[in-house]
Design a protein around this ligand. Structure first.
Ligand code: SAH
Ligand code: F3S
Length: 455
């Protein structure tokens, strides 16, 4: 699959330029933004003649694109770095990219002296120059600092997902929620020009992609930096009009910037997917204030009502943090109650994890780990019941999916609906990947639907 993509997106001359060039292994942790950054980094490496390998023990250059959103994620990278200690003394180069790189900076060289490149996402524009220095034999190369006003765009992007193409439209974040490392690891908010976004969407459609997903930490805060000065909703509508595009998704929306024009656009244009990911974080206004989320419980519920009043059945998903410093039983009960009111189609729930360079880290009223775990389990249980009920309502209905996988053992295909529900289904067809199929839904579980293709 990757070869097909390479040939479609990398000019053939480049892809074949160096059959004996150095090899790279690139592993990604964390969010979709990181996944997509890695695709761009891979594009930079390919255009320099590097060849990808899936074996870290045989690569000339090993890169970890890291995540530091929660402590566990950040610890993982050091475990991985350990295995390259010996080979790095010989001829392997090891690089740490992404959020842990930005957060730990040169301290990484102290903990893992065999690392030779440390580069945060706000410095990826400088990657070619940093790689030049690395290739010239420099032992410690860094790309750090958040003083940027540019977005990271590349000539060549090696896309990993065969059917859904990620497109970054806004990078960084200025919101400074009191629990979150993102503003200090990804830098200030900067939007990409609509002309550049739309040109990329056209290129993607021309090379066969039918689904594009716009990415940003706060994707709905996107503002066109120049003429024609499109709003976010207008950008969605314009990209849906690109010939060949059948689905446009976007994530993550910030409740504060989410307006009625986005709902109207989804209602008006079937190409815009009927899904909004709108992290609430807590159901208690008191906690939301302490988190610096800039909305109250009531305002958030008004936005939910707006989404629910649409003509289309827009799926709504969210992120929630349990056990934020000072979260009382009462606050937590309000979060559980919010689940009942919002009737989410999916929830990503996390135990609060204290992060460096964030205000909440130093607050005295931290909750014991055990209590956070108890609240998380209660919340997941409540949400599970809601999802079973919401998914059960699909039985007997039909849904269109973009087919993106096959389970040989179960003799089933899998795909996603416009509302981002996973549907596993049976079909006599032998080629379905990348196609759109109509499915009659016959069963429902908490996390997926089961059905049969309508022929
Ligand atoms: N930009 C997105 C989310 C970025 S991080 C937004 O505006 O919401 C993804 C999710 O990780 C967050 O929504 C939050 O629920 C969770 N998260 C972020 N920092 C966390 C922390 N310190 N502890 C636990 N979960 C956290
Ligand atoms: Fe993080 Fe809040 Fe921005 S969760 S990414 S600081 S909106």
């Amino acid at each position: 699959m990757v070869d097909v993509l390479l040939s479609s997106l990398v000019p053939a001359a480049q892809a074949e330029a160096c059959p004996s060039g150095p090899t790279f292994y690139l592993e990604t942790f964390g969010c979709q933004m990181n996944v997509h950054d890695s695709e761009k980094v891979a594009g930079v490496l390919l255009s320099r003649g590097y060849r990808p390998t899936s074996d870290p023990d045989r690569a000339d250059l090993v890169l970890y694109n890291t995540c530091s959103i929660r402590e566990k994620a950040a610890q993982k990278v050091f475990a991985h770095l350990g295995r390259h200690k010996k080979a790095a003394g010989e001829n392997r180069r090891v690089a740490v990219l992404g959020c842990v790189a930005e957060q730990e900076g040169e301290r990484i060289f102290e903990r893992a002296p065999w690392v030779s490149l440390v580069c945060g996402s706000a410095s990826y524009r400088r990657l070619p120059e940093l790689l030049d220095r690395l290739e010239a034999g420099e032992r410690r190369v860094t790309g750090l600092g958040l003083d940027v006003d540019e977005t990271f765009e590349t000539e060549v992007t090696r896309r990993d997902h065969p059917f859904r193409a990620y497109v970054t439209i806004i990078e960084g974040c200025d919101k400074r929620c009191t629990f979150c490392v993102v503003p200090s690891t990804r830098g200030p908010e900067r939007s990409r020009a609509s002309s550049s976004v739309l040109a990329e969407v056209r290129r993607l459609a021309d090379s066969g992609y039918t689904e594009v997903q716009f990415l940003g930490q706060t994707v709905d805060s996107w503002r066109d930096p120049g003429p024609p000065g499109l709003s976010f909703a207008q950008l969605l509508l314009a990209s849906a009009e690109v010939p060949g595009v059948r689905r446009v998704r976007f994530t993550t929306s910030h409740p504060r910037d989410f307006g009625p024009d986005i709902v109207q656009a989804i209602d008006r244009c079937p190409t815009l997917c009927e899904h909004v990911h709108l992290p609430v974080q807590s159901g208690s206004t008191r906690v939301l204030e302490r988190m610096r989320r800039n909305y109250t419980r009531e305002q958030y519920l008004e936005t939910v009502a707006l989404i629910r009043s649409a003509r289309r059945a827009i799926s709504l998903t969210t992120d929630i943090i349990v056990g934020f410093p000072g979260e009382t039983e009462e606050d937590f009960a309000l979060t559980l109650d919010l689940l009942d009111r919002a009737q989410y189609d999916g929830v990503f729930a996390f135990k609060y994890s204290p992060r460096p360079n964030t205000p909440a880290l130093a607050w005295p009223d931290q909750l014991p780990e055990q209590e956070k775990s108890r609240r998380l389990a209660l919340l997941l249980e409540r949400q599970r019941e809601i999802q079973v009920a919401r998914n059960t309502a699909w039985i007997g209905r039909a849904a269109e999916v973009l087919v993106d996988g096959r389970h040989e053992a179960r003799n089933q295909w899998t795909g996603r609906t416009s509302g981002n529900r996973v549907v596993n289904f049976s079909s006599p067809a032998s080629h379905l990947l990348g196609q759109y199929a109509q499915i009659a839904i016959t069963q429902a579980g908490p996390n997926s639907l089961v059905g049969e293709q309508i022929l």
